[in-house]
Design a protein around this ligand. Structure first.
Ligand code: PLP
Length: 366
């Protein structure tokens, strides 16, 4: 049996250090926005190459607080339009809606599961004020093209980097340092995952960083002095301590994911399976290895019979979700095809070579 993701084994590698930091945490008697959060913010900003990192409660809040921050700074206003790929995880769209802005869904590209760039250009109106590229499955969005478009049209670029910790572009710039601001999630299954919820914003914008560091903590910078209508969305002190332990292993873990992906791509040979596009660079951290298959239900039976774990990211496109019925009249043939055909197979830094070979032979025998 090869599980989709063995999270326990994934974290067991750090258990001694986790125990030590739990002991230090208990000894400190300091539980909220303490030294571990400060240390993680410094560590993760340096890792991404960004001037600032602000720890927040989760990835959804990271994205929302960026938008709320830009509203306070006057860069965004109620009902401004924000472009987002129609095949993203629902969080990106919820963040836009919760901030009082208007998500404009854009058709997806079948090759990299990101924006169809022609559709992106055609979706820009007078009211468009921002683009939110999602580095879906761990692969960077086509940022050069997106930044070119944003420069011409004077749009903000806000990365949803929740699946792409450690992905870098051709000149070695990391996700989180490729636009005006970026939102990260440290949900346990992410490439850099906490043992609970967590998130962060990275940015080079001093004013935005200052506003978000207030917004996450009741709009204060001094205790009980409320300058802004704030939120309660702080990165937890203990989760920050765990993240400080795990961050130094992120690059090596991502390298293992890429090695497994390369092996899958070179050894899986089956006309019924469409493998993901990968240029062999570090612009992909393979948060997920997503393939497309004809007759997905039959494929799932085959995996189940052979003990290979699987998940679908995601089975229903956002515009077909009941919660987003306002978009149900729209049609995105590529996004719909993606959601009908995709399935994710196991990939993680704790898979054994035998497990990887087993997945390959099961896929080749479908
Ligand atoms: C996980 C994820 C989020 C949200 O993160 P949470 O920490 O669960 O709120 C946002 N966007 C994408 C693409 C994600 O994968």
């Amino acid at each position: 049996m090869t599980p989709f993701l063995d999270l326990k084994a994934f974290n067991q590698r750090f258990e001694v250090e986790f125990q030590n930091s739990l002991r230090q945490f208990l000894d400190s008697g300091y539980y909220i926005l303490g030294n571990q959060v400060k240390l993680f913010e410094a560590n993760f900003a340096r890792y991404c190459g960004a001037a600032h990192c602000i720890g927040v409660g989760n990835g959804l809040d990271a994205l929302r607080l960026i938008l709320e921050g830009y509203k306070i700074l006057g860069r965004l206003n109620e009902n401004d339009e924000v472009l987002v790929a129609s095949n993203t995880y629902i969080a990106t769209i919820l963040a836009i809606k919760q901030a009082g802005l208007k998500p404009v869904l854009v058709e997806a590209d079948l090759k990299n599961y990101n924006f169809d760039l022609e559709a992106l250009k055609n979706s820009i109106s007078q009211k468009t004020k921002a683009i939110m590229p999602v580095h879906l499955y761990g692969q960077l969005s086509p940022m050069e093209e997106i930044l070119q478009i944003s420069k011409e049209k004077k749009l903000l670029v806000i990365e949803d980097a929740a699946q792409a910790h450690g992905a870098k572009n051709k000149i070695g710039k990391y996700a989180g340092n490729l636009g005006d601001a970026a939102g990260f999630s440290f949900y346990p299954t992410k490439n850099l995952g906490a043992l609970g919820d967590g998130g962060a914003v990275t940015t080079n914008d001093d004013a935005l960083a200052e506003v978000i560091s207030k917004l996450r903590n009741y709009g204060t910078s001094t205790k009980y002095v409320n300058e802004l209508l704030g939120f309660n969305s702080r990165l937890d002190e203990l989760q920050a301590a765990f993240l400080n332990i795990k961050l130094p292993t992120l690059d090596a873990d991502n390298e293992i994911r890429r090695e497994i992906a390369k092996k899958y791509i070179s050894k899986i040979k089956n006309d019924k399976i469409a493998l993901p596009y990968y240029d062999g660079s570090k612009n992909h951290v393979f948060h997920l290895f997503v393939i497309r298959v004809e007759n997905r239900n039959r494929f799932i039976d085959h995996l189940d019979r052979n003990g290979i774990g699987h998940l679908i990211h995601y089975p229903i496109p956002p515009h077909k979700q009941q919660a987003l019925s306002e978009f149900s009249h729209l049609s995105f043939p590529n996004a719909e095809k993606i959601h009908n055909e995709i399935i994710s197979i196991p990939i993680s830094p704790v898979m054994t070579e035998q497990e990887v070979d087993g997945v390959i032979s099961v896929l080749n025998s479908y």
